[in-house]
Design a protein around this ligand. Structure first.
Ligand code: SF4
Length: 342
């Protein structure tokens, strides 16, 4: 129950209501009513134009923010949920026919008001590094430090997070339309559209989308890729157009070995400085068994990686690499020898 509230997922609340695990959620009822208000009455979202949806959002933005309980942020002039990154651009340089996009939300609890227990990364770690415990939040959120003066990309993560938490149905409808536009553009150019939903979150929305009738039909060409720290999600059966990579957290080596032995991907972050072109190790011992390491720095197109092998990533930090590395604890695999292990 606490988990349901923490991630603020209407779908999970729906599920809990339907299965009788949850008797009633007053706030959830209010939430539904607010969606109706935004749409200007009980109208089917699909029947509204993008302009109508966005106008409704703008008119009600303060109430969306208040219900999301995120840090305050303005809705920008241009509403675009799909984004890009240097890594995504690199993917399109490596595979010229790829039309790749990513979504960035505010990682873990970084987008929420102080005191909130909500998180977009239910499996993130924030252990005590003095005890050698893993901590992925500090180096990840380190990229977003300085909340008083937010960069444009931080603001973008924040308004998308508020929309996701507060108005999931609207977020999904706008997202679906952007995906369809991406697909049309890729098809017109004989390309392959590829999307990573959880760029800086771990919500599993990419897998949900890949399972929908619309995106699992043979006529859909969108490839979905995602990283996760959810062992369950990594191990379950996936549709053909979905590729997942389980992330080493610093304390899940046994699970990583199981995922690799199941012929799936596992990502591991190594203490290698990409600015100094430090090469990744060729192999790594995971819970006692040696696996090949492939270069995950070159592109993010997970479906083109060799299954059953490690996707090696070099540890990057926007600033203060030394400090961020120290703060990451066992999340980053260190050492220069030939036989690194985790
Ligand atoms: S590293 Fe991944 S799981 Fe950890 S806080 Fe960042 S996005 Fe979330």
């Amino acid at each position: 129950m606490k988990f349901l509230e923490d991630i603020g997922s209407c779908d999970l609340v729906d599920l809990a209501l339907n299965t009788g695990h949850l008797k009633s959620v007053k706030a959830y009822g209010n939430h539904r009513q607010k969606t109706v208000d935004i749409l200007g009455g009980p109208r089917a979202l699909e029947s509204l134009s993008r302009r109508e949806i966005i106008e409704g959002l703008r008119a009600n933005w303060l109430s969306v923010l208040a219900r999301a309980n995120t840090l305050p942020v303005k809705l920008p002039g241009a509403i675009q949920l799909l984004g890009t990154s240097r890594k995504i651009e690199k993917s399109m340089e490596v595979f010229e026919n790829l039309y790749s996009v990513v979504t960035y939300l505010a990682p873990a609890g970084s987008g929420f008001q102080k005191g909130s227990t909500r998180t977009l990364c239910p499996w993130s770690s924030r252990g005590d590094i003095s005890k050698g415990e893993p901590n992925c939040e500090v180096p990840c959120l380190g990229l977003n430090s300085g909340r008083m003066r937010m960069s444009d990309s931080q603001k973008a993560r924040l308004w998308k997070t508020a929309l996701w938490v507060s108005e999931k149905a609207i977020f999904r409808e706008l997202y679906r339309r952007e995906l369809k536009a991406l697909e049309r553009k890729a098809l017109a150019n004989n390309g392959i559209p590829m999307v990573r939903f959880d760029g800086t979150s771990d919500l599993g929305e990419g897998l949900r989308l890949a399972r929908t009738e619309e995106f699992s039909s043979p006529s859909s060409s969108i490839q979905f890729v995602d990283y996760t720290k959810s062992f369950k999600r990594a191990m379950e059966d996936h549709p053909g157009q979905f590729t997942i990579c389980f992330s080493y957290s610093g304390s899940n080596a046994k699970e990583c070995r199981e995922v690799l032995e199941d012929n799936k991907l596992v990502s591991i972050v190594f203490d290698r400085n990409p600015r100094k072109n430090e090469a990744l190790p060729k192999t790594c011992r995971v819970a006692g068994k040696v696996f090949r390491v492939q270069d995950g720095n070159k592109h993010d197109a997970l479906c083109y990686h060799e299954p059953g092998a490690i996707v090696g990533l070099s540890f990057k930090a926007a600033k203060d690499r030394k400090g961020a590395l120290a703060a990451s604890g066992s999340f980053v695999v260190r050492g220069k020898g030939k036989h690194l292990s985790c």
